[in-house]
Write a protein that binds this ligand. Structure first.
Ligand code: FE2
Length: 218
């Protein structure tokens, strides 16, 4: 039986299929859900969202990937940075490194030449939702928030409101704070005003005018 010569288009299709199949195990980036996170080791177990199609066309959920380092913006050898709580169910961006990352993480030597493997994941915790209120209410401010407390920083003021209602605000000319129990204080203009009473200008009733000085407060 004589074999038929393949057309150039058929050859292209075969090569495309090889590339497609070869690429099935190459992972670049996925959305993931955090299953567990250990802040002591900064390692998470993360399940990529979605599923992949097996050769028999079965849809199989991605396996959970363990020991994934989370990436927080940090520098200065770990002495500067920003960290926040990470909880089960949080979403993240998983990145699969071009080459194995064990050498970097453990300092050990491995000659594994794998590429974009599920074993070489690191992840950036983030939200894929429009449910971040400060993005809508304070789009031009630097905001950081945690468990009902909110700090807002911009070019002219720094305001912090705790979950219990206590606030302070530092602006160009004044520093004010109000405690949750109602105590208020304003500093500025050469004076300190506590609950409406000026430290500089307050007067004491029931004192006769004269040359003597009062004692210090007791
Ligand atoms: Fe006084």
């Amino acid at each position: 039986m004589q074999s038929r010569m393949q057309t150039s288009n058929e050859v292209k299709d075969v090569i495309k299929e090889w590339i497609r199949k070869g690429g099935e195990n190459i992972h670049v980036s996925m959305i993931g859900k955090i299953e567990t996170y250990n802040p002591q080791t900064n390692r998470a177990s993360i399940t990529p969202v979605g599923s992949f199609t097996a050769p028999d066309w079965q849809e199989i959920p991605y396996p959970t990937i363990h020991n994934v380092p989370l990436q927080f913006p940090c520098g200065n050898g770990g002495k500067s940075g920003c960290t926040f709580p990470v909880k089960t169910g949080d979403t993240c961006i998983i990145i699969f490194a071009d080459h194995q990352i064990e050498n970097f993480l453990s300092g050990e030597k491995s000659d594994d030449m794998r590429n974009h493997s599920l074993n070489d994941a690191y992840a950036i915790p983030t939200l894929f939702s429009d449910g971040v209120p400060t993005l809508k209410s304070n789009a031009n401010d630097y905001c950081f928030f945690n468990e009902g407390s909110l700090a807002i920083l911009n070019g002219s003021m720094f305001k912090c409101t705790l979950a219990n209602g206590s606030t302070f605000m530092l602006s160009g000319s004044t520093f004010t704070f109000t405690m949750a129990d109602g105590t208020s204080c304003t500093v500025g203009g050469g004076d300190v005003v506590v609950n409406g009473i000026s430290v500089v200008h307050h007067k004491h009733p029931g004192v006769d005018r004269g040359g003597s000085q009062t004692d210090e407060p007791v």
